[in-house]
Design a protein around this ligand. Structure first.
Ligand SMILES: [Zn+2]
Ligand SMILES: [Zn+2]
Length: 256
């Protein structure tokens, strides 16, 4: 899948084993599926200690981080061999409210165990201090694991306006395009940048992500591109949207 004029598609929300207890595939398997689908790159975003992590929280901190990045490391190995960019981030959980964290490194995480007890405001401060960014993941999803919708426009850098699990015709869970429409409206009301990702847990990829005119050089480069308002488009795998979340065209109609 390649989007016209924006050929570098990045999956920004992807889960692997063993970092995410709810994932079904290893990092290498996820990387291979993304490569075969035509992605330029993927960002691994496993569930952290506040979410559905697959790593024993009782482990010493550095060991926990080492276990947590296993999916990233084996995806990275695949990526190096197959010219797929593999970047690292994580999905932070606060009693069901979730944030995608980008732009920091596993070494930073090891050196900052205080992030484990940070509230949403403190998370924002710490991640910014480290040069990273905080994106509110699927802010309007309604699900059993989310007791209430809580919004923090002052403590995020952007909003996941398109979560392909909500709006892709191929989604098998959490499907309700209204969640995306609300997220896009919310982001625009607060003038927050909008991202897109698939929240994918298996190799049956949905094709969502953010697509750029150029190849990214790092996850920090991804942060800069989003925060600086670089030209990019969003997709849920079915359609292409501009970076404010306005529908541009359906992909099936334009696919060669
Ligand atoms: Zn999950
Ligand atoms: Zn997720």
């Amino acid at each position: 899948m390649t989007i016209k004029d924006y050929p570098y598609l990045y999956e920004t929300h992807l889960h692997t084993l063993p970092g995410s207890a709810c994932a079904h595939n290893s990092g290498a398997e996820m990387a291979e599926a993304a490569h075969l689908m035509g992605y330029a790159g993927i960002i691994i975003t496993d569930h952290n200690w506040g979410g559905n992590t697959g790593i024993d929280r009782a482990l010493p901190w550095e060991q926990w981080v080492d276990g947590f990045i296993t999916g990233y490391e084996d995806a990275l190995e695949y990526g190096r061999k197959h010219d797929l960019d593999v970047f690292w981030g994580y999905e932070a959980g606060y009693e069901g409210t979730e944030f995608l964290i980008y732009g920091i490194t596993p070494d930073w995480l090891k050196a900052h165990p205080e992030i484990r007890s940070a509230d949403v405001k403190e998370q924002y401060r710490l991640i910014h201090e480290a040069g990273g960014m905080v994106i509110h993941a699927h802010p309007f999803r309604e699900a059993g694991y989310i007791p209430e919708i809580r919004l923090y426009p002052e403590y995020v850098d952007g909003v996941e306006g398109i979560n392909a699990a909500h709006s892709s015709s191929r989604s098998k869970g959490h499907h309700n395009p209204e969640y995306d429409r609300r997220a896009i409206r919310y982001a625009n009301e607060h003038d927050l940048p909008i991202t897109a990702g698939s929240d994918i847990h298996t190799t049956n990829l949905l094709g969502g992500g953010v697509s750029f005119k150029r190849r990214l050089t790092s996850v920090q480069d991804y942060c800069r591109a989003i925060l600086s308002g670089e030209d990019y488009v969003l997709t849920n795998g079915d359609a292409v949207y501009d970076k404010r979340g306005t529908l541009l065209y359906k992909l099936a109609e334009t696919r060669l």
